[in-house]
Design a protein around this ligand. Structure first.
Ligand code: B12
Ligand code: SF4
Length: 438
């Protein structure tokens, strides 16, 4: 069997209505504006599904964005496949559907899984022969068996969280053009014990926190390293440092690997001095931490756990950065408790705390999240065009400001956080302080 595993492209950074296109006029300008390159990494979900095929099957992993053309279809559209697997989060869904429709029309069987398909399986089914909801490892072997026997079912629902010591390792060996990736996703833990109203990961993973054996994670990193000339690990965990004992064991084992890496975690990482020392020693260059907002009333409403931690945000951020690890603060704006004063307050917080990097997002009601259900019930969803579902578009009716106020405030905030003065401060004061190692 010839199998195409196709990771669909997200959307371009420039298109009408997107706040970035109000600030920059080209991709090159955007890179100059942000001072950073856009992240590019292979789909871990597809690489894991690849591990279920027997050696006699021919597997071809295709990174859609590597084949994009200004006009017309990408060249791989001419190839023939018996089976197509595709995946993606919400922003990728429209492109995943185009790919699925194209290959179905040529007679391939198409299976879709991933974050968006797990959140809206009926929608995904319109473009696929079969949809996998939740953790693929749980049902994919049965799906392949059914396919062989000619009785593929329309939906496969994963009914459980697979114990982490039973998870197969991704097939990095099937990747092509690995020099084009600037990061590699590795997963050590799954799930998150908390519940934030805007988060959609429960649609796939539930909230049972699971940890892969440390040996397995280290082996996966060593295996992946063989294939990437430029190797930097971005852990794909929702919330990596929840279990401090496990984290310390893992981070200690990363030290001799001599790699650079980053991870998503919550602010409680600051509670453990020993862990912070290890992070620095293990070349952790950045921790992406969901701080969300400086508006305590908003946090109280959307994230009770984070609301309790908020009074200590300041000292926690300082402690992490004093250990030489940069904090990328993940922020969201547009909560029901946010009025037009929020933009100035956010900027003051970022500046006063010298946050190494600020990821400023417009609140987005992602399918699969509780906030999507609530705003839908309240009739406040303005668009379900999934190509708009990045942080740069407004897709719902805000409560204490107009859509225009939210948009203009975000543009102001983006300009502030990328201003030459702030960039200068980052280079002269922050960079040396966090000793960014990559
Ligand atoms: C790595 C990552 C990225 C990478 C993407 C890499 C890639 N090619 O996939 C990059 C950095 C590019 C990225 C970008 C963004 N991301 Co992101 N990202 C992640 C992250 C941290 C890890 C994804 C991952 O590898 N998970 C591990 C794998 C194993 O899980 P999985 O893909 O869900 O796969 C499992 C199942 O879904 C299923 N499965 C998946 N695919 C398939 C396919 C088949 C055929 C089958 C059978 C099963 C199956 O089985 C797998 C194993 O159980 C997640 C958070 C998370 N932990 O999931 C966010 C996440 C996916 N990202 C998210 C978002 C919002 C974004 C952005 C839109 C952020 C932004 N605001 O700009 C941007 C998009 C930019 C763009 N223009 O495209 C959201 C998506 C929510 C949603 N519903 O859309 C997530 C869930 C984070 C969150 N908590 O909100 N992201
Ligand atoms: S936003 Fe982060 S802390 Fe909140 S539920 Fe999602 S993964 Fe957990």
């Amino acid at each position: 069997m010839k199998v195409g595993l196709i990771s669909p492209m997200g959307v371009e950074s420039f298109y009408e209505g997107n706040i970035l296109s109000d600030i920059c006029k080209s991709y090159e300008e955007l890179i100059e504006f942000t001072g950073d390159d856009l992240e590019c990494m292979p789909s871990l979900g597809l690489l894991i599904m690849a591990s279920f095929f027997p050696p006699e099957d021919e597997l071809r992993y295709i990174e859609d964005q590597f084949y994009r053309t200004k006009k017309g279809d990408p060249s791989y559209f001419d190839e023939e496949f018996d089976l197509i697997l595709t995946s993606g989060f919400t922003l990728q869904a429209p492109r995943a559907y185009e790919i699925a429709d194209h290959f179905r029309s040529k007679g391939s069987i198409v299976v879709i899984g991933g974050q968006h398909a797990s959140s809206l399986p009926e929608e995904a089914k319109e473009h696929a022969d079969s949809v996998v909801v939740g953790e693929g490892e749980d049902v994919f072997p049965a799906l392949l068996e059914d396919l062989k026997n000619g009785c593929l079912r329309p939906f496969y629902y994963s009914g459980r969280n697979i114990p982490a010591d039973q998870l197969p390792s991704p097939r990095f060996d099937i990747l092509e053009k690995t020099e084009k990736y600037n990061k590699v996703a590795i997963q050590a833990t799954r799930g998150c014990p908390y519940l934030c109203e805007f988060c959609s990961i429960k649609a796939v993973y539930g909230n049972k926190y699971r940890k892969k054996p440390v040996d397995v994670v280290i082996n996966e990193i060593a295996e992946a390293k063989k294939y990437f000339p430029d190797f930097h690990v971005a852990f794909a965990d929702e919330n990596m440092m929840v279990d401090k004992k496990y984290s310390k064991e893992l981070v200690r084992r990363l030290i001799p690997l001599g790699i650079t890496w980053e991870a998503y975690c919550d602010i409680s990482v600051a509670d453990d001095d020993e862990l912070l020392d290890l992070l620095r020693e293990a070349n952790c260059v950045e921790l992406e931490i969901g701080i969300e907002t400086v508006n305590q009333a908003a946090l109280d409403a959307v994230s009770p756990w984070k609301a309790k931690r908020a009074p200590n945000y300041k000292e926690s951020i300082k402690k992490i950065q004093d250990h030489g690890v940069g904090v990328m603060g993940l922020f969201m704006i547009g909560f029901d408790q946010d009025d037009p004063g929020i933009f100035r307050k956010m900027w003051d917080f970022i500046r006063e705390n010298d946050i190494f990097e600020a990821d400023l997002a417009i609140l987005n009601p992602l399918p699969g999240s509780p906030i999507y259900e609530r705003l839908k019930r309240e009739g406040r969803i303005l668009s379900e065009d999934w190509t708009r579902y990045s942080w740069t578009q407004i897709n719902y009716q805000p409560k204490l400001m107009t859509v225009e106020e939210l948009k203009n405030g975000m543009i102001w905030l983006q300009k502030k956080s990328h201003s030459p003065e702030w960039m200068e401060r980052k280079h002269s004061v922050l960079n040396p302080r966090v000793k960014r190692l990559c």
